[in-house]
Ligand binder design. Structure first.
Ligand SMILES: *[C@@H]1O[C@H](CO)[C@@H](O)[C@H](O)[C@H]1NC(C)=O
Ligand SMILES: *[C@@H]1O[C@H](CO)[C@@H](O)[C@H](O)[C@H]1NC(C)=O
Ligand SMILES: *[C@@H]1O[C@H](CO)[C@@H](O)[C@H](O)[C@H]1NC(C)=O
Ligand SMILES: *[C@@H]1O[C@H](CO)[C@@H](O)[C@H](O)[C@H]1NC(C)=O
Length: 340
């Protein structure tokens, strides 16, 4: 078979644009080609809509089981012109992963994903959306799994930030389970599904235990930790990052710390200076034996915690969950459906 010059060029082009997939072993990430450890240096890449607090609330997955009017939260990877402009700036920050919060699964992401890939930047994306929350998850996975630089997904973002809002955690746990299973069933390459949590001292331990309890299939693969205590002049220990890292040593999940988004106007220089000095030395995949294989005990439901592990998993193929569309024999505690 004879290749034309054009197809050869295309093949080489495609090969160059593909990034080395990242694989998960235990609680660490590795490059799939050479098994060296992958450390994330990331920023959130998302312009928030200025429309209203309502949209912000929904983005943060205050669970709603009714459809809302489509909101205009910009999909940051559907805007190729912005990607062209911004990705070089992200490179100045040695960025190797970005996080996006709002993906329109019907939009074309090929140009931005290619530019990211060429810049050596991986993607972690939230699955939620203000519209069609439940069915949206799988379509975002379908869309982004095509790109080798997609690493993993968040099935929820800071859903619980008080005791009263812990009930929604059951829904997120169900979503984590369903999406892990979906990725397997579709035969996609391995990509993690996790939860991005707020750091709230009163529910910190219960939250972590809840998402790492009951069964492996319901446990999140990664725990994104939004800690807003390292602002301006601080350090690993003074900010509390060290304590948080120590506390999570024994969990079975991956643990990327999430810093807040960076704007070139204000924080660019200080973040840039910090990240320039980060050069961790990693371990080799073959010589790493995961030790944290034991799940936690689920927190007791009571005055301090409101969610039970979901008894059945219902998100898939259902535009939205209501009592009348649940499968027969499926018992969902009121905690899951309560007044959402
Ligand atoms: C492993 O592969 C990654 C990406 O392909 C590369 O950046 C890194 O330098 C490699 N590490 C070693 C030790 O070869
Ligand atoms: C939102 O953006 C529009 C257009 O840029 C502007 O006119 C409006 O004042 C903004 N609203 C708020 C609440 O900032
Ligand atoms: C999603 O993308 C499609 C295709 O570009 C577009 O028609 C649709 O309006 C977009 N939806 C939203 C909510 O932006
Ligand atoms: C982690 O496990 C080790 C060994 O079981 C134990 O000594 C240590 O106290 C645990 N750390 C935390 C923070 O629970």
């Amino acid at each position: 078979m004879k290749f034309s010059l054009r197809s050869l060029v295309t093949l080489i082009g495609a090969a160059m644009a593909d990034l080395d997939p990242i694989v998960i072993k235990g609680s660490e990430f590795f490059y799939s080609s050479n098994n060296t450890q992958f450390y994330r240096r990331g920023v959130a890449y998302q312009r928030m809509s200025n429309a209203s607090a309502l949209i912000k609330t929904m983005i943060h997955l205050k669970l709603t089981f009714t459809h809302r009017t489509p909101a205009t939260v910009p999909d940051p990877l559907a805007n190729a012109a912005a990607c062209k402009h911004n990705i070089p700036i992200l490179q100045e920050l040695r960025t190797n992963v970005i996080r996006t919060y709002s993906i329109n699964a019907s939009a074309d992401h090929s140009e931005c994903m290619k530019l990211l890939s060429e810049a050596g930047i991986y993607l972690i994306s939230d699955l939620s959306s203000p519209i069609h929350l439940c069915s949206h998850y799988t379509s975002v996975i379908d869309e982004l799994s095509q790109y080798s630089n997609t690493i993993d997904f968040f099935a929820g973002n800071e859903v619980a930030n008080t005791v009263a809002t812990t009930d929604g955690s059951a829904y997120v746990k169900a979503a984590v389970h369903d999406m892990k299973k979906y990725i397997q069933e579709k035969g996609y390459r391995s990509m993690g599904v996790g939860y991005a949590t707020a750091d709230v001292s009163t529910i910190r331990e219960d939250l972590a235990n809840f998402f790492d309890c009951s069964s492996d299939s319901q446990s999140m693969d990664l725990w994104g930790y939004s800690i807003y205590s390292w602002c301006s002049d601080s350090s690993y220990s003074a900010s509390g990052y060290q304590d948080r890292t120590e506390e999570f040593r024994n969990y079975t999940v991956l643990f990327p710390l999430l810093t807040t988004s960076v704007s070139k106007m204000k924080d660019f220089t200080s973040y840039s200076n910090e990240i320039a000095t980060a050069s961790p030395t990693g371990t080799h995949k073959a010589s790493y034996t995961p030790t944290n294989a034991v799940l936690q005990s689920c927190p007791t439901v009571g005055t301090d915690w409101k969610a039970r592990p979901p008894l059945c998993l219902l998100l898939r193929n259902q535009a939205c969950v209501t009592a009348s569309t649940m499968s027969p024999g499926c018992v969902v505690s009121d905690d899951i459906l309560a007044s959402k």
